[in-house]
Design a protein around this ligand. Structure first.
Ligand code: SF4
Length: 507
């Protein structure tokens, strides 16, 4: 648009157009424009990041990536890349450049971008019910303010659960996952039963795709509970930190037999519900760092086909006890790389086994689909992917947000089931402001980062660790972790054929 402000009249502006031939170029056909400046291809939106001293990773809007030598990147951005070269063909086929032959390229790119963002339309499908804060374990890395076994005041009341169910069914999502959390949720199993039955009755008319999960340490598991889970097709998620001694050290309980109870519980769940009805999560403590291969081997020994490697989260008891400061992110990354190498070797020896965090990122890198994993989304997954109903009826944007609240900071409280509707919660300033402020497409460093299509914003983490929802990425362990994991995966995909074949098989 030609700016006319500051000119005395439009005629003068028009005369200016006549004396500035270069401005007239915009009214000529595109072919003559190309000829004049010698650019035969246009660059489509892309980001880049160095892979090592000689190569860059380039990513496009749809999350496709390509690795190029630095010299080729220089030629590309100066419009000097040989259009007959294999690199050019690859860039063109993956929507990094556009030329006269690319008639449907932009439409195709738009379709791919929409596919990657499709989950946004499936607003809020995960609902966590904290049915009690009581717990029989006293894990020093616990992220919530667990309470002792006799403190029933920390159980969710039935009327709170009823209102939470009403609010949950206001979500437009076709699929709904109800996850029971604690404390140890099996200690309030009567309420779990009540919620399951109310949700099922309600769903007779709602007709959503409903799934139930109990996140439990398995210690209080009884045969009656198992029979109930079988009848109502409830999935189980548990914790397994590694071999007996390590697990029991990480997860103390009276009797010191957490591992024995977990192992026995895993076996009983498989017998009662089926082999694929239970999954396990591990947490890395300082004691885990020297034992990555033993931890993986323990998972294999106990019949699991995957593990989710994760560092300590900076919330709750993990902060109070100082556990989060006992190792650095660099040490965790070394642990991750060793564990991943061992998993790849197992696969090459014929033992099928996956690392789930890597799988999530690989899915973003190598398939047209999104993952729905809350921590790696932009806009952030808080609220729009899942909500937490705390035992007292308070609603939080994520499990980490309620953990923060349990230590006195209610920054991410979105409302309460007593006073607020689903619409109030989803349109609250506490949620919408944070989502819009933290989108990685626009925040410093992420906006230019080649790994942006695979990463996320995690405002609760950055608020907890840096006091700011956007976060200063050069000193963020979230950024450090993701950048290193993504770089490592691209290295394996590009430079190690055997590893690449294993990683691709996980998709
Ligand atoms: S957090 Fe770090 S790795 Fe992730 S997009 Fe931002 S700058 Fe890149």
């Amino acid at each position: 648009m030609i700016e006319t402000n500051g000119f005395q009249d439009r005629d003068r502006a028009f005369r200016m157009l006549q004396v500035l031939p270069v401005l007239n170029d915009r009214f000529q056909d595109s072919e003559s424009f190309r000829d004049r400046i010698g650019r035969r291809y246009a660059l489509l939106p892309m980001r880049l990041i160095s892979l090592d001293s000689s190569r860059y990773v380039l990513t496009n809007l749809a999350g496709e990536y390509i690795v190029l030598p630095k010299q080729a990147v220089r030629q590309l951005v100066h419009h000097e890349l040989d259009m007959t070269s294999p690199a050019y063909s690859e860039l063109k086929s993956r929507h990094f450049v556009l030329d006269g032959d690319s008639s449907v390229a932009l439409d195709l790119l738009a379709v791919k971008y929409r596919t990657k963002q499709a989950l946004l339309a499936n607003l809020t499908s995960l609902f966590m019910y904290v049915v009690t804060l009581r717990c029989d374990h006293s894990c020093p890395y616990c992220q919530v303010s667990r309470q002792s076994m006799d403190r029933h005041a920390y159980d969710m009341k039935p009327d709170v659960a009823e209102r939470a169910i009403d609010l949950m069914f206001r979500s437009p999502s076709k699929s709904i996952k109800v996850e029971f959390q604690g404390g140890e949720p099996l200690l309030n199993f009567a309420l779990i039963q009540r919620i399951v039955e109310r949700v099922k009755v309600r769903n007779d008319s709602e007709r959503r795709d409903v799934q139930f999960v109990i996140a439990t340490n398995l210690a209080p598991l009884t045969d009656d509970m198992l029979a109930y889970c079988r009848e109502h097709e409830i999935l189980i998620s548990t914790s397994l930190d590694g071999p007996k001694e390590l697990h029991n050290q990480n997860r103390p309980r009276p009797g010191g037999d957490s591992h024995e109870l977990a192992e026995k519980g895993i076996r009983r769940v498989r017998e009662a519900l089926g082999p694929d009805r239970i999954a396990a999560l591990m947490t890395t403590t300082a004691a885990s760092l020297s034992r990555p291969t033993e931890i993986i081997d323990e998972y294999v020994r106990q019949g699991f086909s995957c593990i989710f490697l994760r560092p300590l989260s900076p919330y709750g008891f993990a902060v109070k006890t100082g556990l989060v400061t006992q190792y650095t992110m660099e040490q965790w990354l070394e642990f991750y790389r060793t564990a991943l190498a061992h998993i790849i070797e197992l696969n090459l020896r014929g033992v099928p086994f996956r690392e789930e965090y890597s799988s999530l990122i690989l899915r973003k890198m190598l398939t047209p689909y999104a993952t729905g994993y809350v921590d790696l989304q932009s806009p952030a997954g808080i609220g729009i992917a899942g909500l937490v109903f705390n035992y007292d009826g308070e609603i939080y944007a994520s499990d980490e947000a309620r953990m923060l609240a349990e230590t006195g900071d209610r920054r991410f409280r979105l409302g309460s089931v007593a006073d607020d509707s689903f619409e109030d919660v989803m349109l609250s300033d506490a949620l919408v402001d944070v989502l819009s402020e933290t989108m990685t497409e626009s925040v410093p460093m992420c906006a230019d980062c080649g790994f942006q299509p695979y990463c996320g914003s995690d405002p609760v983490y950055h608020y907890a660790t840096q006091g700011d929802v956007v976060g200063f990425k050069p000193s963020s362990d979230f950024c450090r972790k993701n950048m290193a994991v993504m770089r490592h995966l691209v290295h394996l995909l590009e430079d190690d054929e055997r590893a690449a074949s294993v990683l691709k098989s996980w998709l």
